[in-house]
Design a protein around this ligand. Sequence first.
Ligand SMILES: C[S@@+](CC[C@H](N)C(=O)[O-])C[C@H]1O[C@@H](n2cnc3c(N)ncnc32)[C@H](O)[C@@H]1O
Length: 472
Amino acid sequence: MGRRRKNKNRIVENVVILDAGAEGKCIARPEEADGRVVFVTGVVPKDVVDLRVTKQRKSYWEATAIKFHSYSDERVDPFCEHFGICGGCKWQHLSYERQLFYKQKQVKDNLERLAKVELPEITPILASEHTTFYRNKLEFTFSSRRWLTSEQIATGQDFDNRALGFHIPGRYDKLVDLNECFLQAEPSNSIRLAVNKYAREHDLEFYNVMACEGLLRNLMIRNSQTTDDLMVMLQTTAFNEDIEKLMQFIKDSFPQITSLQYVVNTKRNDTFQDLDIVCFDGKDYITETMEGLEFRIQAKSFYQTNSIQAYNLYKITRDFAQLTGEEVVYDLYTGTGTIANFVAKQAKQVIGVEYVEPAIEDAKINSKLNGIDNTLFYAGDMKDVLNEEFLNKHARPDVILTDPPRAGMHPDVINMLLRIGAKRIVYVSCNPATQARDLQLLDEKYAVKAIQPVDMFPQTHHVENVVLLELK
Ligand SMILES: C[S@@+](CC[C@H](N)C(=O)[O-])C[C@H]1O[C@@H](n2cnc3c(N)ncnc32)[C@H](O)[C@@H]1O
């Protein structure tokens, strides 16, 4: 306890930042930390800084840079005025080339350190064609608790406390009032700014998350990157005359919107999966296309947020699967069945499993819409659905595609994969650490044959990784 108190807020001087680590933090190993790793925020590798220790655990410390002695040559000027406050693009101060380098390293380090299996050479990461404006969906929150910077507070000015934007990292109650955001193409910024201005001018109440009061909660904008479709959905706590006028204002100001919707949410949380969405104008979906296939995306549907790079990710997945048209393919964690439908033409049959029921409905609609008749979709928890009974009822898979959430696959699912013994598994992951853990478990029967990292999220530390496994 005494030691803890001694080190908390401790200043460590002249520390060289060594590497980029997990969750967008960087790594240092100053002598003072006695062999522990120190995770540092606000820096890039090769910066030399003084640190203040903010957290200490047995095996690591966390720290923040309080003084820069020299800046790394890997730095670039961040282009967003909200950088450093907004949680959105934490790596904007690192050149894109170095972002790719550290993502590749993240995959390599995790697989080597945690999987401890024989690995082939890792193919260089596939860069994203667009490094700004690459997202097809953003959700902005209304709040009566705007985050003010220390510079703003120092002016002594009276600021409007309302905000429409993103949460400050680690704060559920404080938000940045966004001006220009570089994540989603126009008219995303224009729509958000117009709605923000209208709401202030008409004194519409921004939600207070502490008191659970206020009218305006959330604004979702989804823009198809392959068609002209554009969806806007407003989340409010009531639908009244004021909201009707706001909806009409959005419709009149942005005639390019093809799907204008709203949802009334009086719950404490922002999720709307269990609520009825009302279509105010236009269609209740947008469409993305891929190799002539059409994917219908409703407000509740999941779709990869970087559509252009998603196509590349799916092509890699399909190449790794090496389908000849004869195979039965299982697509685990299928979401809205996009991968399943994408590979269906090259397979005898594709069976997709996913636990969100509406997503499974979308998957079926998308098969039908595209005249695909060799897919089957089932909703349920993977560890419960994928059992002997399921395998007896359906053809056994020759190839398994799996794209689990960040937590990776449940041990029961891995055991089932080992029991099934498909000749090939293609493992798509958004978390190389859990993927590495799963590869070690699969090593009993499967050898890693190819590894391809993909950058879906420029300006962030996130990396996607596709691994091909073959039965030994
Ligand atoms: C990374 S997404 C995969 C998306 C999909 N492959 C695509 O490219 O659009 C992971 C999916 O796993 C689903 N999921 C998470 N846990 C699950 C579980 N225990 N059983 C079944 N599905 C699950 C999520 O709902 C989500 O759709």
